[in-house]
Design a protein around this ligand. Structure first.
Ligand code: ADP
Ligand code: MG
Length: 475
């Protein structure tokens, strides 16, 4: 019987290539064959499942060729203990020739590994190469500005840190680039580290997860890999859309995932899209991901952007009190840079760097020049019609009245405001604007612009109306 198994193995080696053979087939042992059922012993259930799925059919066919009465494969799991340990250690020695380094490595002896960076414990040289990207010191809850677009995500992240038990698993964050997903995940890691220093928290991107997985396969350390990931208390995988479509990694992730969830360990995942919108995602993984709490981070709002700008500017001023932005600059940025937080931050950084260079207060005009490329690309093409409509709506007058001849103040003022905003927010000429505002002369438009400019100095209600309208028109 063993002879035939040996023959089948050689044939498999020829078919699969030396690497795959060494990874998957060599570690198997033949336990017996009875009534068409061939029993193989695999080091772990994962390995058994993997082999069955990927090579099961071929193994059966080759066994039959070798003279077995083989209709079905059954995988048994090698008992934990001396034999497996021995198998693992000799495997290590065979594999990388660094037996001395790996043999003393006990998969469970990871006394001091509070954080991802040390997750491999007494790591071998190869494993050190795989160190997780360190957590960023800035990405804490304290530094996270909470606003309507992200308050639910923030609350659920806090809950993971402070909750008594795991109440939603996994926690799935999704939303566009630069909206704070990574920030919240790392804040969770810092938070747990502060609260429960003994907990094993691992944060890494799906790409790093895949890289480690592939490395472990190559180095034949898949067992260590599995042990490592299955012994964490909190596992966070960022940018998970990355592994969709990458079948073997997705598979491994799925098994890791199940193992942890079954043990009641917390998992946090982030992606650019909602689970169901991730292309190429495995159905089983999808339903698991949807089984917890799915929270989206919404695009930034004016208020959130302004708050973030204020916070970052204040932080900056603590160290560089000479750099000054004129009043209104932050509001201007919040209004005009309607993008994700990363872009908003980038704009502020550029402005501050510039302010440092010129050594005097930076006005709105300077801001406009310094950031002209950025502002242009985010500027929406507003039309005079749109402005007329929004202004009419705001003041509760009809569009017909705006365009019509009536000069009653309750209509003339909104009309003037519309002209003023059209001049400010579009590149249309005065005659053009006049034509579009009920066929008026360009001097009427000029008068309106002057009048509204003048009134702003004294009329705070008008200023508020304008600010509100600019925001509406920008959004
Ligand atoms: P994502 O992972 O969603 O692409 P990040 O978490 O990397 O986005 O955030 C991009 C940048 O914006 C980071 O520098 C982060 O600190 C910052 N950021 C995002 N949201 C906030 C927020 N609510 N408060 C403060 N900073 C934020
Ligand atoms: Mg991110």
């Amino acid at each position: 019987m063993n002879k035939s198994w040996g023959a089948a193995c050689r044939a498999l080696e020829g078919e699969l290539g030396a690497d795959a053979y060494k990874n998957w087939i060599a570690p198997l042992d033949l336990a017996g064959c009875e009534a068409g059922i061939v029993r193989l012993v695999a080091p772990t259930s994962f390995m058994g499942m993997w082999v069955e799925r990927n090579y099961g059919g071929r193994i059966l066919a080759l066994l039959r060729q070798a003279g077995f009465d083989a209709t079905r494969l059954v995988f048994d799991i090698a008992p934990q203990g001396a034999t497996t340990l021995h198998a693992q250690q000799t495997q290590h020695k065979k594999m990388d020739g660094k037996g001395a380094e790996t043999a003393d490595q006990e998969p469970h002896a990871r006394g001091a590994l509070p954080m991802a960076g040390n997750a491999f414990g007494k790591a071998s040289a190869a494993q050190k190469d795989l160190e997780t990207a360190a957590l960023d010191k800035r990405l804490t809850f304290e530094n996270f500005v909470v606003g309507a677009p992200n308050e639910l995500a923030y609350a659920s992240a806090k809950r993971v840190v402070h909750g008594q038990s795991v109440s939603f698993n996994p926690l799935f964050f999704y939303g566009g680039v630069g909206l704070g997903k990574t920030h919240l995940m790392q804040a969770i890691a810092w938070g747990i580290r502060a609260q429960r220093p003994e907990a094993h928290v691992v944060y890494l991107t799906a790409e790093q997860f895949m890289y480690r997985f592939v490395q472990a396969l190559r180095a034949r350390k898949i067992i260590d890999f599995k042990d490592l990931f299955r012994s964490v208390d909190v596992l966070m995988i960022d940018d998970v859309q990355f592994i969709a479509g990458k079948d073997s990694t997705q598979d491994e992730f799925f098994h890791t995932f199940n193992a942890l969830i079954d043990q009641g360990k917390q998992i946090v995942v982030a992606a650019h899209q909602a689970p169901s919108a991730i292309e190429g995602i495995d159905e089983r993984l999808l339903s698991r991901l949807q089984g917890g709490l799915v929270v989206d981070l919404h695009p930034t709002s004016y208020d959130l952007r302004l708050e973030i700008l204020k916070r970052k500017y204040a932080m900056f001023q603590k160290d560089h009190s000479t750099v000054r932005l004129a009043p209104g600059v932050l509001e201007f940025l919040a209004e005009r840079v309607q993008s994700n937080v990363r872009v908003v931050e980038g704009a502020l950084n550029r402005l501050i760097a510039f302010a440092g260079l010129i050594g005097r207060e930076v006005s709105v005009e300077i801001t406009e020049q310094v950031l002209s490329d950025l502002l242009r690309s985010t500027e929406r093409r507003l039309t005079v019609d749109e402005i007329l409509r929004k202004v009419a709506e705001h003041f509760n007058v009809s569009l017909a009245e705006m365009m019509g001849p009536r000069r009653a103040r309750m209509i003339a003022r909104p009309r003037q405001i519309a002209m003023y905003l059209a001049k400010e927010l579009t590149s249309k000429s005065l005659p053009d604007i006049g034509r579009r505002c009920g066929n008026r002369d360009h001097t009427t438009v000029l008068h309106a612009v002057k009048r509204i400019t003048e009134l702003q100095k004294t009329d705070t209600q008008l200023c508020e109306d304008l600010a509100h309208l600019r925001r509406r028109l920008a959004g």
